[in-house]
Design a protein around this ligand. Structure first.
Ligand code: 13P
Ligand code: SF4
Length: 348
């Protein structure tokens, strides 16, 4: 494909303005009008090309509003995106998220082409542990099941008994402990999620030392100061935050559980101790809630842009591949998880 054909149709013409008017209405309170002429031609071309290719875009809740609300076919937390990857009929999945999410899609749908718009979109948790580390843990604790957070490589999942996400971690830990008749499980790699799960169950947990570079930065002092400055404001936190942060917040849950909390309860003022795009994406839908800062940016999630999504569809890069022998073992661990969690629709 020539550079010329890749760049075609990218002007903000009256036709593009008309074709994207309804989409702009969805994000007009979070995307300044002055930015729309830069986004709209990319959005129009992505939406045209994904139909032509028979592709779907799966976008995580941390994607920016112009991706989340304007080009995604399915949005959600890690569990919802995994469920969607397992059931979609599309031949091509473009993962607007980080690499482990694209790998999970490939593991569940090996016959599909799974693309990630930027191969460098990693995750500090996934980078904290290797398959060899898990093998050593299994040697040290031979009779204990390994529960692995999905924020890991396929190689690590392949060494595991079952995976989990932030929305089903407690249920998964309890289910595998019951199935194996044990009172202790190995839970990798997020040390804070492990503590937060341990606080909600009687099952003992042996944890790894991984941490999310976005959520580890929130402190309980932040919450106390924030609550003193903004009386009545509701504080939501992701369970990748340290346990003392989760202890001080009003509600902790997966990215989609936090969204549901705001949509259902409509607190007047809320702070979300998580990635910044969460507040923007909810604000676009729920205009009567005031979102206060702080929040932190995930540098990996922010590598995914409209430009890169379009290029990915045009060039069919970057294809995510998983060694079939690794994928078969990883799939067993992911499918065991999918059988435990409760189904939740992720349709946008
Ligand atoms: P969720 O599964 O809650 O969406 O979390 C994914 C993630 O990477 C949070 O940092
Ligand atoms: Fe990984 Fe944290 Fe980014 Fe989520 S927010 S993708 S856990 S680094």
């Amino acid at each position: 494909m020539t550079a010329h054909s890749i760049e075609r149709n990218l002007a903000y013409t009256p036709q593009v303005a008309a074709a994207t008017r309804e989409l702009y209405a969805k994000v007009s309170n979070v995307v300044p009008e002055i930015e729309w002429p830069a986004f709209a031609p990319l959005i129009a071309e992505i939406n045209r090309l994904k139909k032509e290719r028979g592709a779907v875009i799966l976008a995580h809740n941390y994607q920016t509003p112009e991706i989340f609300h304007c080009v995604a076919d399915f949005v959600g937390d890690s569990l919802q995106l995994a469920r969607e990857a397992a059931k979609t009929d599309a031949k091509i999945i473009v993962q607007a998220g980080v690499h482990f999410m694209a790998e999970t899609s490939k593991i569940l749908s090996p016959e599909k082409t799974v693309l990630i718009p930027d191969l460098e979109a990693g995750c500090s948790l996934a980078a904290s542990i290797t398959g060899a580390d898990v093998r050593l843990l299994k040697q040290k604790y031979p009779n204990l099941p390994v529960v692995t957070y999905v924020n890991t490589s396929a190689e690590v999942k392949a060494e595991s008994d079952i995976t989990c996400t932030s929305s089903n971690a407690v249920a998964v830990v309890e289910s595998i402990a019951k199935e194996r008749g044990v009172d202790t499980v190995i839970f990798i790699p997020d040390k804070f999620l492990a503590q937060n799960v341990a606080n909600q169950t009687k099952i003992k947990i042996i944890a790894w030392h991984g941490r999310c570079e976005v959520h580890e930065r929130f402190t309980a002092d932040d919450i106390r100061r924030f609550k003193a400055d903004h009386p009545g404001a509701i504080v939501l936190a992701h369970p990748e935050c340290p346990a003392e942060v989760v202890a001080e917040c009003d509600f902790a849950g997966s990215t989609s559980a936090m969204t549901d909390y705001v949509v259902k309860n409509r607190p007047a003022r809320v702070v979300m101790l998580t990635e910044c795009s969460m507040a923007d994406n909810i604000q676009a839908q729920v205009r009567d809630v005031e979102f206060l800062r702080p929040c932190n940016l995930c540098p990996h999630m922010k590598r995914i842009t409209l430009d890169k999504i379009l290029r990915s569809l045009q060039t069919m890069q970057f294809e995510v591949k998983v060694d079939p022998a690794v994928a078969t073992r990883a799939k067993a661990a992911v499918e065991r998880m999918l059988a435990v969690g409760k189904p939740k629709p992720a349709v946008h």
